[in-house]
Design a protein around this ligand. Structure first.
Ligand SMILES: NC(=O)c1ccc[n+]([C@@H]2O[C@H](COP(=O)([O-])OP(=O)(O)OC[C@H]3O[C@@H](n4cnc5c(N)ncnc54)[C@H](OP(=O)(O)O)[C@@H]3O)[C@@H](O)[C@H]2O)c1
Length: 225
């Protein structure tokens, strides 16, 4: 466990990349605009500890050899484009999905209502067979991502299988967050904006509970097959 790929480092993705890089996990970034890739890499390198921050020239180069691929573009069209662009190159890897169903328009940010019930369930329809799927970080404001690890706050996450959950768990633990499996990808709505793990206030602040609060709020961790 030493590295992840991260596709689409904007505001949220750069914070996720920084969280991993500061925890000793190398990050290979891909952005479709090279200047934005360079800018993101500089922000991530500024906090990296015992971790390499590299830039891939293509989607396929980004994921080659990586077990986990964080997809941090906006939901819908960019997700379709990246997942279609990777195709079978995603098979055998776990896609870490951070998305909320929000449309960013010239008129502002507008909540969307995916027919599938959530952005996570929408993403699930795009993934080729054999790709793992984990949903996390969508409940958190960008500013909280790097704080939670220092507080050992609970990081709720959903996964399509026990295998996917166990692949990501040590990466999450390494950041200092306390990973807490809340169910399968059908739980995504609760991890997205307005869902129960976004709206709750805990001892560490909005969307950040400690383990005792989480147990009371949500019960023990889910068990998947
Ligand atoms: N910001 C938050 O507080 C927050 C909180 C929770 C969850 N999230 C979720 O995190 C995701 C990202 O949000 P954000 O605020 O970070 O948005 P953002 O700043 O717009 O970042 C997304 C980045 O992805 C890039 N991108 C688009 N298509 C791409 C492609 N094909 N390949 C590589 N990169 C591509 C975009 O580049 P261009 O725009 O230059 O094309 C942009 O820089 C969303 O799903 C959002 O719901 C955000």
């Amino acid at each position: 466990m030493t590295s992840i790929a991260l596709i689409g480092p904007g505001r949220h993705g750069t914070a996720v990349a920084r969280l991993f890089a500061r925890s000793g996990v190398s990050v290979r970034l891909y952005h479709h605009r090279p200047a934005k890739a360079q800018a993101a890499a500089a922000h991530v390198r500024a906090v990296a500890r015992d971790a390499e921050v590299t830039i891939a020239d293509s989607l396929i180069e980004a994921v080659d050899g990586q077990e986990i691929v964080a997809l941090t573009t906006l939901w819908n069209a960019p997700q379709r484009s990246v997942i279609a662009g990777l195709g079978d190159h995603l098979v055998g890897r776990v896609l870490l999905d951070v998305s909320n169903p929000l449309d960013v328009t010239p008129q502002g940010i507008i909540p969307a209502h995916p027919a599938e019930g959530s952005a996570g369930e929408f993403v699930a329809t795009l993934l080729p067979h054999g790709v793992g799927h984990v949903k996390a970080f969508s409940n958190l404001a960008t500013a909280f991502i790097e704080e939670g690890g220092e507080q050992s706050a609970v990081l709720p996450f959903a996964a399509d299988s026990a295998r996917s959950a166990e692949i990501v768990r040590p990466y999450f633990t390494r950041t200092g967050w306390n990973p807490w499996l809340v169910g399968d990808i059908g739980m995504s709505r609760q991890l997205e904006i307005g869902g129960k793990y976004n709206a709750i206030h805990g001892r560490h602040g909005r969307s950040r509970l400690d383990a005792e609060e989480m147990l009371e709020y949500s019960g023990p961790e889910a068990v998947l097959v």
